[in-house]
Design a protein around this ligand. Structure first.
Ligand code: SAH
Length: 390
């Protein structure tokens, strides 16, 4: 496909593009010429130097997204190479599983495209109108490079509306199953493709689940809040802990119960609003040696970021009285908008308000199949802090 528009940047804005930052903001565009609402475009500096080829979407907050800093054709071969590189980079980094994220959008230089591979099947999310327009190029390349049996698209995020797209779920290839088995660390888990959240399974917490399993002791009492299909609690139970999982989503809990049974462990799963459950004393099931707090991304936009910080404060404030002295908390933020620093600050404030000392024992980020580009800070979205109540 050939570019049909030329985008000119405001003065001085080319520096970050040359430094591998892949997004151009609306305010940075000086003068678009030609092209449709959504098309391929060439990007030029204010001095007229060619900078990049990428997708252009007139209505987006980020109208231009870089596909390449070299002059190259955006065709099936282009996508085949990018997909192959993404798969190659991951070789040897993720072990003991049949499932991984094989394409992570900008971090894999494919802005707007996310692909999770669960066994022989793929689940795809398309976040931008640019990538949506190019699907006739990347879809055949994806099928060819992965040999996937089926591909389901689950582009249900509200963020698509900002791109002028409706949320959508559809079959892209083959006959996608409603559920797919995920084998991870010897556990048989499930990606709830049809009825679950996001792509159906949270691959990004794999390293944290493993870390928890390494650290819990037999007999520890573990409370897993926002447990979804039960990952943390099931790992902990296998390590000998007595685990309770809490979530508001009945379908996820039904799967969590089935998963615990299939893996021959006992976990007490409770359907509740975790905020209320904690505030009401966790059904007198505590005190706990471990409490996991993995809330959803409440703040997706900058102006709402304080709401997630406030939510973390509330959760930690409610959790601390339920934690034994010397007990541990694992608290996560899965939103870029709430940085690691702010996350620690929210925990610190809650602990000070409770008049307890809180120690930081470790920090983890999303697992390696969700790569982070230092030059695209937005790609570091999941942070988890490991804390100990003194
Ligand atoms: N820890 C999980 C992923 C959590 S995703 C894992 O590792 O797989 C966030 C979860 O929070 C979702 O399952 C969602 O159903 C749940 N959730 C959202 N709001 C909630 C609330 N107020 N109380 C309890 N669970 C909630």
């Amino acid at each position: 496909m050939k570019p049909t528009a030329s985008i000119k940047l405001a003065k001085g804005r080319e520096k970050k593009i040359k430094g591998f930052y892949p997004w151009v903001q609306k305010e940075e565009v000086r003068r678009p010429e030609g092209g449709k609402h959504v098309c391929l475009a060439d990007l030029y500096s204010d001095d007229g130097d060619w900078l990049a080829i990428g997708t252009y979407n007139r209505v987006s907050r980020f109208p231009f997204r870089v596909l390449s800093l070299e002059r190259e054709d955006i065709d099936e071969t282009f996508f085949r190479e990018r997909i192959r590189q993404a798969i190659d980079h991951r070789k040897g980094s993720i072990e003991d599983t049949n499932s991984q994220r094989i394409i992570f959008s900008e971090a894999d230089r494919l802005p707007g495209l996310i692909v999770d591979q669960f066994g022989d099947h793929l689940v795809v999310q398309v976040r931008t109108a640019g990538m949506d327009m190019l699907r006739h190029l990347w879809l055949p390349a994806l099928i060819e490079e992965t040999g996937a049996e089926s591909i389901m698209e689950k582009s249900e995020m509200a963020g698509r509306r900002e791109e002028g797209l409706e949320p959508i779920s559809q079959v892209l290839h083959g006959e996608p199953p409603a559920k797919i088995e995920v084998i991870e660390s010897g556990f048989k888990m499930t990606a709830l493709v049809e009825t679950g959240l996001k792509t159906g399974f949270y691959l990004d917490q794999r390293n944290a689940r493993r870390e928890l399993a390494r650290r819990v002791k037999p007999g520890d009492k573990v409370l897993d809040c926002f447990c979804y299909t039960g990952g943390f609690g099931i790992y902990a139970a296998k390590a000998g802990a007595e685990a309770v999982g809490v979530d508001i989503h009945p379908v996820a809990l039904e799967e969590a119960r089935a998963t615990a049974e299939r893996n021959d462990v006992k976990v007490d799963f409770v359907e509740a609003n975790a905020f209320e459950y904690l505030a009401e004393g966790a059904g007198a099931k505590g005190p706990f040696d471990w409490i996991i707090l993995d809330p959803p991304a409440i703040a997706k936009t900058q102006d709402k970021k304080n709401s997630l910080k406030w939510a973390i404060w509330k959760l930690v404030y409610a959790a601390l009285p339920l934690l034994k002295p010397g007990g541990r908390l694992f608290v996560c933020s899965c939103s870029y908008q709430l940085s690691q620093q702010k996350l620690i600050e929210a925990c610190r404030l809650a602990a000070s308000d409770r008049k307890v000392r809180l120690m930081l024992e470790g920090i983890t980020i999303q697992d390696l199949d969700h790569p982070v580009s230092t030059q695209f800070p937005e790609s570091l979205y999941l942070k988890g802090v490991w804390l100990r109540r003194d």
